[in-house]
Design a protein. Structure first.
Ligand SMILES: NC(=O)c1ccc[n+]([C@@H]2O[C@H](COP(=O)([O-])OP(=O)(O)OC[C@H]3O[C@@H](n4cnc5c(N)ncnc54)[C@H](OP(=O)(O)O)[C@@H]3O)[C@@H](O)[C@H]2O)c1
Length: 328
């Protein structure tokens, strides 16, 4: 397993991170022995970052992730979780965020956590009904985060890199988070690559490149586009059966249909299958710290680790992908 600097934090993260979210579903809806076995294999394989959130299974992911890591004695594993404001909570930000951090720690059975992210999207103006934080909301949250750092409840804090591109860049400049989640996959690589004017999806304006330049750790999400980039429409029974794409097509089936443009990676022998291609594509970004994979099963983790250990995609495969994006 390769390790990369998590920005300027002094922390080294495994290039493959463990997604504890509800799309894969293992850490929300899985059986305890399966969660235990999979997390144990992750640790044995060198994975040292686990990404959860209070929203994943309404607290269940935090409860399960905390319990399994404790049971395995994985005291050095890095854990990140997230706070999220509902519309009604925008009026009472300080109290709500402080309570959410405390509640997350309680659910995970920990005195502190390595990093807490905002989970709401970020936009030019505060929009409680749309779940969107404006920069002034963020400022108030950052105040709470800083107090939580001082009191030892959290080591670092960061933002979710979803929302309006320009405002996301401004949020980085204004607040200097330690970490940032960013959507990054073969369908939408715009947080690392420069895209042409006609690019069909949201252009993140090389957000991940910016985080790297500013010494901010980056966490790539949706590297498999929620499962579409496997090219297989059959969902695992534990997985979310209805997945809303992030910054790609309107529907998962639209994303699935577009994966045919990447089949050359398998046909020309670069990778054994599309899932391997998607994972190796994500870790090919040198400005990325860790790429999360959302998991439904032990086997998926085993495959993800094997793919990661094969290393980045060859440069000629990456050049061919550039050609595909330029033509899109
Ligand atoms: N900050 C945010 O707002 C945000 C948003 C989304 C995600 N995240 C984080 O990022 C993590 C990953 O994202 P995600 O789960 O949404 O999407 P993802 O990793 O792009 O996709 C997960 C899906 O990919 C499929 N898969 C995984 N490994 C596979 C393998 N080896 N072979 C074949 N298929 C495989 C599974 O689908 P099937 O089981 O159906 O086959 C799984 O449900 C989450 O757990 C969460 O921690 C954060």
């Amino acid at each position: 397993m390769q390790y990369r600097a998590f920005g300027n934090t002094g922390v080294e993260v495994s290039v493959l991170g463990y997604g504890c979210g509800a799309v894969g579903g293992l850490m929300v809806r899985g059986e305890h022995p399966d969660m235990l076995r999979t997390v144990e294999y992750a640790l044995e394989s060198g994975i040292n970052y686990f990404d959860t959130a209070r929203m994943y299974g309404d607290g269940l992911s935090e409860i399960h992730t905390g319990a399994v890591l404790r049971e395995l004695g994985a005291h050095d594993a890095l854990v990140g979780t997230k706070v999220r404001l509902s519309a009604a909570e925008f009026g009472n930000i300080e109290e709500v965020i402080e309570a959410q951090i405390d509640n997350s720690l309680q659910r995970m059975g920990r005195d502190n956590v390595d990093i807490v992210y905002t989970h709401n999207s970020i936009g030019a103006a505060s929009n409680p009904d749309g779940g969107q934080l404006g920069l002034d909301d963020l400022e108030r949250i950052v105040g709470v985060f800083n107090r939580a750092v001082e009191s030892g409840k959290i080591r670092f804090w960061g933002f979710n890199g979803l929302g309006d591109t320009e405002t996301l860049h401004s949020a980085i400049d204004r607040f200097g988070p330690s970490g940032m989640h960013t959507c990054y996959n073969m369908l939408n690589p715009s947080s690392s690559h420069e895209m042409s004017a006609g690019f069909p999806y949201q252009d993140y304006g090389q957000l991940m490149q910016k985080t790297a330049e500013k010494g901010i750790g980056s966490v790539a999400i949706r590297i498999l586009a929620g499962g579409a980039l496997t090219g297989d429409s059959v969902r695992h029974p534990l997985a979310a059966q209805d997945v809303a794409p992030i910054a790609t097509g309107q529907t998962l089936s639209e994303d699935l249909a577009r994966t045919s443009q990447f089949s050359f990676l398998v046909e020309d022998g670069y990778t054994e299958n599309l899932a391997e291609a998607a994972i190796r594509f994500a870790i090919s970004a040198e400005n990325l710290s860790t790429a999360l994979v959302g998991l439904s099963s032990f086997d998926q983790l085993e495959q993800a680790v094997a793919a990661t250990n094969k290393g980045p995609l060859p440069s000629d495969a990456l050049e061919k992908l550039e050609g595909i994006w330029a033509a899109s």
